[in-house]
Design a protein around this ligand. Sequence first.
Ligand code: ZN
Ligand code: ZN
Length: 265
Amino acid sequence: MDFSVPSLDDLLGTFVPIAVYWIYSGIYVMLGDLTQYRLHTKAEEDKRNVVSKRSVVKGVLVQQAFQISVSLLLFTAVSGREASAGVPPPQQPSSLTVILLQFMVAMVVMDTWQYFMHRFMHVNKFLYRHVHSKHHTLVVPYAFGALYNHPLEGLILDTVGGALSFLVSGMTPRTAIFFFSFATMKTVDDHCGLWLPGNIFHLLFNNNSAYHDIHHQLYGTKYNFSQPFFITWDKILGTHMPYTLEKREEGGFEARPTPALKKIN
Ligand SMILES: [Zn+2]
Ligand SMILES: [Zn+2]
């Protein structure tokens, strides 16, 4: 296989999403406790999350080191293959519609890959115990814990999912910088543990911090597998758990599963 020297876009596509991860989750840290918007109380977070914040930061950094290596390898392999086949470097489409279509295709591909792989990691006891359970040690999610994963999970779900979205959509490495940054922000937001008024992601997506919070609860681990964008696969395959957001007396909200409608008669 031929590898090319990484281009500026290859490097940006690899490193910008990582910077976005820490900047966006850093903003959530700076916002403080925001008791009136939390989905779980601070006391619940301290009691139920058995792993320290320090270990979470370390875990995410390890996971991102893997992500950098694989991502650079993939980008340079794709451009290396094109160069040796005499294919000119991809041109950035001038039409915004084309770029938005590529974004949509990439979102659908990523969602499809992640739904089935994520669900498989719950169904397969070995994979759950040794790989995916690491992500679920954060029963009360918070922003910078979004990528607290076993490196193998990061590789299978995020990196391979990202590579497939990139290849199938036909987007250029330049568009990929924006797509991967967007997907990273979405994942961080889904784990922020807050229901903030005016959150643009909550307005655009039904798959959001409350939806994913249900999945992180013990009763929800067999539901709401869909991530990171839509809830379509959960709806189609019957793993969708509806919920309502109720105000807590002590402040904040609770995502409560909606009880099945009682049968009349
Ligand atoms: Zn899970
Ligand atoms: Zn999660």
